[in-house]
Write a protein that binds this ligand. Structure first.
Ligand SMILES: [Zn+2]
Length: 244
């Protein structure tokens, strides 16, 4: 088996033995890759500090029986600005965790890589409200992964409109005919908030977050969280660390 080269972002790392680390990488060509970096925890390791979580790297890997082996690493972008600030860092970690849960090994998914990189860049640009960037990123992640939330039309019959009910199982809005009896309607402003999170340019999210009232904002965040949890099967561990 021949060595291969990939652009990748480090999603997660954990210790292996005395000096090694297992890495979860999101690569452009192979989807998620689980690899081992040998000796990376030794002082003076040849990998230096290049394999930190969130680092964008150019990596050469050698296929192994269960885990691929990291041969060489070059840093493309360290995202050092994210690690310097705990709130931005928490948002970036939550996104990396969500991507780690969704990405599949051996399944090339460039859209996922592009979205993760865009999110990290948006967070590194020092937004006043990083949690708004995270909520937007998670909603877009759901779409990228095939769980697109229907926010413009009824998820069941396709009737366009700003319908009142958002239903997790249906995957978005339901019109008055399709909604189950007794379903709770969304509070005023929440649908508009979700649409903004799903579509607005990254740099416009701060203006939205500054202008929306706290209740609407919390309702949008709660819906994003429930929607992700519904599709991932369990809540994100990093969610509670995100400043709200
Ligand atoms: Zn309908």
């Amino acid at each position: 088996m021949r060595a291969y080269r990939e652009q990748a972002i480090v999603l997660r790392t954990y210790k292996l033995g005395e000096t090694d680390r297992i890495l979860h990488l999101l690569s452009t060509g192979q989807g998620k890759v689980r690899a081992v970096a040998k000796g990376v925890r030794r002082p003076g390791s040849r990998f230096g500090g290049r394999l930190e979580v969130l680092s964008h790297v150019d990596v050469q890997l050698h296929p192994g029986r269960t885990l691929d082996i990291v041969n060489q690493v070059e840093l493309v972008h360290a995202f050092a600005g994210l690690r310097a600030d705990w709130s931005r860092s928490a948002c970036a970690q939550a996104m990396a965790e969500a991507v780690d849960r969704i990405a599949q090994e051996g399944e090339r998914h460039v859209g996922l890589f592009v979205l993760l990189r865009e999110t990290l860049l948006a967070l590194e640009a020092e937004p006043a409200d990083p949690a708004a960037v995270l909520d937007a990123a998670l909603l877009r992640l759901a779409s990228t992964a095939g769980y697109h939330p229907h926010l413009q039309a009824c998820a069941a019959c396709g009737a366009p409109g700003a319908h009142a009910v958002f239903h997790l199982d249906a995957g978005g809005l339901l019109c008055a005919t399709c909604a189950p009896v007794g379903a709770q309607p969304l509070a005023a402003g929440v649908l508009e908030g979700l649409r903004t999170l799903a579509q607005a340019r990254w740099e416009d999210l701060d203006a939205w977050a500054a202008g929306v009232d706290g209740r609407t904002r919390r309702a949008c965040a709660a819906l994003v969280s429930s929607y992700l949890t519904h599709h991932l099967g369990a809540p994100l561990r990093a969610w509670d660390l995100v400043p709200r």
